[in-house]
Design a protein around this ligand. Structure first.
Ligand code: RIB
Ligand code: CA
Length: 323
């Protein structure tokens, strides 16, 4: 398998944690940097969470803090709401305090500058995996246009062709910063987009979480517990059969492209709609006359993705990660 050099931009986050675990388990993945954004919680918390989870997973990459707020919209209110219900007040399913305190400090660089440093120093092109609002990625693209050619592609968990989860037609990562998303989608960088159309099918059942805990030692137990409020909220709101591992799908696809059904599309972001601001408008049939600028996942193989996690977590079974 060919080596992949990665930067992961995250808003850790329970499903972000599962994506980090899946990526950290891959022998041919080299994680060069972790950059953090607001989204599931304020950036101070998502950065702290990322430091903790990265330490638990043995990810040696620098961790940088980034965007505190969207480019245009007002700062988010993290005092309640769906994101807090799903990810918990601490952003890690209210079990973040069971993980050992991080020893490593965050980088002195802000996210966009750490991305630039990592990309400049990488021996080959770098793949960016974005699993939060796209503010850091957009800031990097507008600050370092000369580095755009060293990006292999951006694999984005975000958007949806036909649904939404923060507004009727807007998915959270794109909807929390539509202008940032538009900068990313209008850039010339190759993009693979994993929206709700595909990710909503990638749920992990309670039984599979139990299996992950058995297979993964303290790490598996933490991840199982971290997803408990996530699963409970999806069950309460939509009688859903499990916690949805949105952020894992781009990682799983980079491991094995057969996990998702990808379709060429021209995608832009609706910035001005009243009900539709933050919507990813996806043209699969050339109706806009604009050139294809992304591949978009429209379905995924749930069992294959979940089995990847059960296999991956075994690599961490001997690590003592809990206080
Ligand atoms: O809409 C799902 C996305 O929003 C996921 O990345 C989840 O972690 C939240 O950030
Ligand atoms: Ca996320």
């Amino acid at each position: 398998m060919s080596k992949k050099y990665l930067i992961m931009d995250v808003d850790t986050g329970c499903d972000d944690s599962m994506a980090l675990m899946l990526a950290a388990a891959q022998e041919n993945f080299e994680i060069l940097a972790l950059t953090c954004t607001f989204g599931n919680n304020e950036v101070e918390k998502t950065t702290y969470n990322t430091l903790k989870v990265a330490q638990a997973l043995g990810i040696d990459a620098p961790v940088a803090s980034g965007a505190k707020r969207p480019l245009i919209d007002p700062p988010m209110d993290f005092s309640g709401g769906l994101g807090i219900a799903i990810h918990g007040a601490d952003g890690l399913g209210n079990v973040g305090d069971t993980l050992k305190e991080p020893v490593k400090e965050k980088s002195r660089l802000v996210a966009a500058d750490l991305m630039a440093k990592a990309i400049k120093e990488a021996p080959e092109k770098v793949t960016i995996i974005a699993t939060g609002p796209l503010t850091n990625v957009a800031t990097f693209l507008v600050s370092y246009p000369e580095l755009q050619d060293k990006i292999e592609q951006i694999a984005i968990m975000g958007g949806a062709a036909y649904s939404g989860n923060m507004r009727f037609y807007a998915e959270a990562n794109v909807g929390h910063d539509p202008e940032a998303a538009q900068i990313v989608f209008m850039s010339g960088v190759k993009k693979a987009v994993f929206g709700l159309d595909a990710t909503m099918g990638v749920f992990i059942t309670d039984e599979e979480r139990e299996e992950m805990a058995k297979a993964g030692g303290e790490t598996g137990t933490f991840l199982k517990n971290c997803l408990e409020p996530y699963a409970a909220t999806y069950r309460r709101l939509a009688n859903y059969p499990g916690a949805v591992l949105h952020d894992s799908l781009p990682v799983a696809w980079l491991i094995d492209e057969s996990v998702a059904d990808m379709h060429d599309a021209y995608i832009e972001i609706d910035l001005n709609g009243i009900q539709t601001r933050g919507c990813t408008v996806a043209d699969f049939i050339g109706i806009t006359g604009k050139p294809v600028n992304a591949k978009m996942a429209m379905s995924a193989d749930r069992k294959k993705v979940i089995d990847m996690h059960i296999e991956a977590v075994k690599k961490f079974a001997d690590r003592k990660v809990l206080k």
